[in-house]
Design a protein around this ligand. Structure first.
Ligand SMILES: C[S@@+](CC[C@H](N)C(=O)[O-])C[C@H]1O[C@@H](n2cnc3c(N)ncnc32)[C@H](O)[C@@H]1O
Length: 229
């Protein structure tokens, strides 16, 4: 029977309404493990965070340090002139696919709701304008190419392009799409094929497609790590 108290306990991001009523694990049972990665508060209280099982009871700092040892070479960037609601979702997907960094171009403030706290585990960098982003990426070693992702006239096709390893995908906002200033500094613009009547897909959907294109081309899919939920 449906018990409304279950809903109170359920984490707001829980995508499995018929799964267990609470996410995560309770207090550690038995003698506490030794090591700097363990968080005494979580061991004592339990760990209800949205993290994969291998990071249960780890401190935030230890998780970020471990992710830093195996981040992928791709970056993602989004323009933020109107507080686009897609940014949080893009940050969450960038975390799942283990992007090197997420770049926000324009306003510093962004709507964190869709990120579901994943931004804490991600390096999020701000740039005042697209030229600053391009200069930052081109100065990295190895240099990172800035590819605008938008279905603009003259865009090349993402599906038939060999996605570079050292790349940053830049997305525009709902409505205006990539700004003129962004288009000018991109090393190329690429569209995602569409077949229906709508002019475009949602920016965070486009970001997921582009990031997954990188994963299919470059990520190591041989280890167990790639398939864990
Ligand atoms: C809603 S779209 C913006 C407007 C779009 N250029 C139009 O003409 O309707 C928001 C962002 O999503 C991404 N996007 C949406 N559809 C896309 C597609 N088919 N190919 C590449 N990017 C797309 C782009 O980054 C774009 O700037």
């Amino acid at each position: 029977m449906h018990d409304p108290r279950d809903e109170e306990q359920r984490a707001p991001y829980d995508p499995m309404p018929h799964g267990p009523p609470v996410v995560g694990v309770g207090p550690w049972q038995g003698p506490w493990p030794e090591g700097r990665q363990w968080d005494p508060d979580l061991l004592r209280e339990g760990d209800r965070r949205n993290v994969v099982d291998r990071y249960r009871y780890w401190t935030l700092e230890a998780i970020v340090a471990d992710l830093d040892t195996r981040r992928h070479a791709f970056h993602v960037a989004i323009e933020n002139w109107q507080h686009d609601f897609n940014i949080g979702t893009i940050v969450r997907t960038a975390n799942a696919f283990l992007a090197a960094e997420v770049h926000i171009v324009g306003n510093r403030r962004w709507n964190r709701r869709g990120a579901m706290v994943t931004d804490r585990y991600q390096h999020v960098r701000h740039h005042p304008d697209p030229a600053s982003l391009a200069a930052y990426l081109h100065a990295l070693d190895p240099p990172v190419r800035l590819l605008g992702i938008d279905n603009l006239p003259g865009s090349m096709h993402l599906e038939t392009t060999e996605v570079p390893r050292d790349v940053c995908f830049l997305f525009g906002q709902e409505g205006p799409g990539l700004s003129e200033a962004a288009r000018e500094v991109c090393d190329g613009t690429f569209s995602i094929a569409q077949f229906g009547s709508t002019r475009s897909i949602n920016a965070s959907s486009a970001a997921a497609i582009a990031m997954h294109g990188w994963v299919r081309a470059h990520a190591d899919l041989t280890g167990e790590d790639a398939w864990r939920g």
